[in-house]
Design a protein around this ligand. Sequence first.
Ligand SMILES: Cc1ncc(COP(=O)(O)O)c(C=O)c1O
Length: 379
Amino acid sequence: MSTPSQPNPAIEPIPQFDLSVQFAAIGAEIRAAIERVLSTQQFVLGREGTALEEEIAALCGVGHGVGVASGTDALILALRACGVQPGDDVLLPTSTFVATGSAVSALGARPVFADARPETYNLDPSELERRVTPRTRAIIAVHLYGLAADMDPIAAFAKERKLSLIEDCAQAIGAVYKGRRTGCFGDAACLSFYPTKNLGAYGDAGMVVSNSAELATRLRALRNHGQTAKYLSSEPGWNSRLDEIQAAILRVKMRHLADWQRARRANAAEYTRLLDQVPGIMPPHEPEGCEHVYHQYTIRCERRDALQQHLASRKIGSTVYYPHPLHLQPLYASLGHKSGDFPHAERAAQEVLSLPMYPELRRDQIARVVEAIADFVKC
Ligand SMILES: Cc1ncc(COP(=O)(O)O)c(C=O)c1O
């Protein structure tokens, strides 16, 4: 048996994430889709993009989709379309990828952070009352790792205070909360199709979905230089258009998404079943009524850094999402936060570790990962 410090060159590496098996399976479909776009010579705002917008909106259970260049742009444009202006405050969880906060900052608004629930890592709704300010204009609820945030109390708070509610669905396309998929609980929801996402493009891409026709119309203008008619702009906008090749690739992948989500859930169930025998490791929690889509399978361990090194010595990849909560990022030093301000998020940042997770992960690979964790726990 190899010890933690003696890597065995003969064993197959298990990466934390691997797109190559997926591409081997769907490469021919992808090439045909790209060929289809090339044959039309229409590369921006065409039929593929429109069809994808309809398909994604239907998946999220809403009326409109507006394709944009990235998940970050989706957040910036959605906040802007909801009326967020310089000087406004926007409530958001401190446990998230930096883009959730920097989208707020990009508009000259101020991110106001909230702590996480320790068992789900998502925004704790009881924090909203405590953190809201007279200048708060909107809330962003992030569905971290593929698990829906607790949307009922968040939506109730937003409604009571007349705040806009935006879902950050970058990691959670298709995740279910109380019978409905994420993306339909607020004024708008933002998706990222970054290549590693559950539905990933072959480059950057994103989308805003909404039930509001008015918001969708404004977003269509904002993503295209504020144009409301050809060469007629009524407000400053961006160039943030979804390109046709990415849309065509995403439409191919949409046909497989349900199978891939099922495979992710089956892999997660297998991890959780095996980890049940391993003391000191907290597997992800799936609250009643939620269907996690396991963008990440994230465990918790007090000796997280040593565990990560041990896994690396067994050629097993793992990643910390995220080592620094937003309130402790140098980017937000001017907001004056300190360690201890958001204890649950800070503790999670020290203990979370995301294990290998992708639809094509094999049972024997999952068993090897858990065996390595069990060996570590014994030391
Ligand atoms: C929670 C969250 N929000 C926003 C984004 C930004 O998406 P993108 O990388 O497509 O700009 C990401 C993507 O990494 C994310 O994980």
